[in-house]
Design a protein around this ligand. Sequence first.
Ligand code: SAH
Ligand code: SF4
Ligand code: F3S
Length: 434
Amino acid sequence: MKYHIVTYGCQMNLHESEKIAGVLREEGYTEEAPLEEADIIVFNTCCIRENAENHAFGNIGALKKLKRQKKTLLIAVGGCMVQEEGKARLLKEKFPFIDILFGTHSLPMLSALIRKKRAERKTAVSLLPAREGAEDGILPVRTSYPNAWVNIMYGCNNFCSYCIVPYVRGREISRAKEDILREVRSLVKEGYREITLLGQNVDSYRGADGTDFAALLEEVASVEGDFRVRFMTSHPKDFSEKLVAVMKRHKKICKHLHLPVQSGNDRILRLMNRRYTREKYLEELAVLRREIPDCEVTTDLIVAFPGETEEEFEDTLSLVEEADFSSAFTFIFSPRTGTKAAEMEGQISEEVAKDRITRLVALVNEKTRQKSARYVGKEIEILCEDYDEKRGLYLGRDEYGRMGYFRSGKNRVGEFVRLRIGEANGISLYGEEV
Ligand code: SAH
Ligand code: SF4
Ligand code: F3S
């Protein structure tokens, strides 16, 4: 029996899909296959913005035909969208052919749900309201070699006013330091070359013994072996010099910080409940660059938050000018039912929102282009992570997060490779091995 998993959303979900695959293997599904050949199809959904939901709805709907052709096919839908108030019911109504629905806290129930569904006709549903402890005991089937995702915590307590994550992922819960370190050690032993620590807000990590994130990161970076460490996501309200000092001290920690700022305007930041100002954010970057001058920073930006004026939007543009990001993810505000911002006055029209995102993207791209152009003629060291068949090129990122492409006669995935850059295009750098 074969399986197929469709994943939407963030790295957390990517890793969760690896755990879903782990559960499926336990249940007798021995290999991954294309959609049409699968005996079970699992959708791991996201609901961060409306378009993420629309994608999932469209693609789940399209399975109706497949299901009619192959009566034994099981269709399971899980993840953040399923955990959203009222959405499981809606999914069931719209797509009665769904066999299994499981929420974000119900991954450990997936085995039982599959068995239940095999035994009876009814849709098997589990929507547990909260996580049962930090360990789920599921062995993931990892698909991102040479990188390995490692959860350090789950959930979020921040309640940024636009964000649905705290509602669908529940309250923060940290894994025990020893469990994390044990996992990292065994991954390094297995040959993984990059460990990415994951949490909605890694700075909120608290071990039972009071270990904070900086201390945890230091211990992870002290594990023996030839590998590097990344982490995400950091929150500017929790920025600490202690973290910067740890990043500076340990060569294994990549000199890259993803620090989402969301907006360059203080009134909007306040309405977003972000709990820092533009000035504080820029001070943090200054501290970071004073201590680690070559550290690269990336960010997330939202335009057209309710009530955002043209001037306030321009503050975001000027922040992008000032902050010297190496790249940024840009989003149009999407009202999410149940969040404060969805109810706020001054919702912005689609026309204005589109105009703002277009201008912001143009600026971000131009900045990225300028930064990349500086690397022509220089050398970078990447960890080769994949082969792009279409282009016939190997690719990987350097510790600053820059993407490098090169040609090679043999499989290089999992190796550190030095490149001399000959050409830059957007965030991509093209080079030859030195
Ligand atoms: N925990 C992480 C990831 C949150 S989701 C963090 O705090 O950064 C990733 C990004 O999606 C956010 O940083 C934000 O820029 C964006 N986002 C979240 N909710 C959104 C919404 N309702 N509309 C538009 N963008 C949103
Ligand atoms: Fe959402 Fe804010 Fe939590 Fe990030 S920190 S997941 S943006 S509520
Ligand atoms: Fe991630 Fe989307 Fe859920 S961004 S936490 S999968 S809502």
